[in-house]
Write a protein that binds this ligand. Structure first.
Ligand code: PGA
Length: 253
């Protein structure tokens, strides 16, 4: 796809309010000349959403959450609904991150409900998919990713194609420093695009497919301009404002 790249900072369970405010202030300054070329989304922990929103809401930088629950309201202790995320200023939500699938035991059907509820509430969803080291070793990358896409997306009513993005994040590449090669990434992304056409029954040409897994300011250039890579989901390197700003700048070239 030849549109704007989408660069997403997944801060995971890091930073306190003052730190996140300072980070956002610094980042706004560092990337102010680039946000017309690149879509940038900051995804802090729930407790930081309002602080970050206050800094970025007059800029082109958008806000996202790391997770969501699938009901609108009710007796669901500890959960946060899509409408609550909208209320605090979120445009985006990450769904099905491998840390949630593996550590919190999120199932495909929970992920499916979360996507449905989020789209209904008007949030844009980033569905994460990716194979484990073991699945990769057994040659099951495509099968795994296909299963995750089908169970997350089949029969979902997708109003606008831009309300969905897919993040291909090989689990073995997350936080390990071992990112997939541009060839591997390009191949899996092209398979994902073909699968999306079948699953969604619409043209997936404009649907953004991001890569995630040990993206840094040093390797972003070779990854981001690979065919079928429309953006990046950045974990560790998004916690350094300078490193992250360089990722944004390269992606806007
Ligand atoms: P990483 O994390 O960039 O630290 O590998 C990516 C992610 O989990 O989204």
């Amino acid at each position: 796809m030849k549109g704007k790249k989408l660069i997403v900072a997944n801060w995971k369970m890091n930073l306190l309010r003052k730190e996140s405010e300072n980070f956002a202030l610094k980042l706004v300054e560092l990337i102010k000349d680039y946000t017309s070329n690149v879509d940038v989304v900051l995804v802090p922990a729930y407790t930081l959403l309002d602080v970050v929103y206050d800094v970025i809401h007059r800029t082109d930088i958008q806000l996202g959450a790391q997770d969501v629950f699938w009901k609108d309201s009710g007796a669901f202790t500890g959960e946060v609904s899509p409408y609550m995320l909208k209320d605090v200023g979120c445009d985006w939500v990450i769904i099905g991150h491998s840390e949630r699938r593996n550590i919190l035991k999120e199932t495909d059907s929970m992920i499916r409900e979360k996507i449905h509820a989020s789209l209904k509430a008007g949030l844009k969803a980033i569905l994460c998919v990716g194979e484990t080291e073991e699945e990769r070793a057994k040659g099951k990358t495509v099968k795994t990713v296909e299963g995750q896409l089908v169970s997350g997306l089949k029969n979902q009513a997708l109003g606008d194609i831009s309300s969905l993005a897919i993040a291909y994040e090989p689990v073995w590449a997350i936080g390990t420093g071992n990112n997939a090669t541009p060839e591997e990434i390009g191949y899996v992304h092209s398979v994902i695009r073909d699968l999306l056409k079948d699953i969604l029954k619409v043209s997936a040409d404009k649907l953004r497919i991001l890569y995630g897994g040990s993206v840094t300011h040093e390797n972003i250039r070779e990854i981001i301009f690979t065919e079928n890579v429309d953006g990046a989901l950045v974990g560790g390197a998004s916690l350094d404002a300078y490193a992250f700003s360089n990722i944004v700048k390269v992606s806007g070239d």
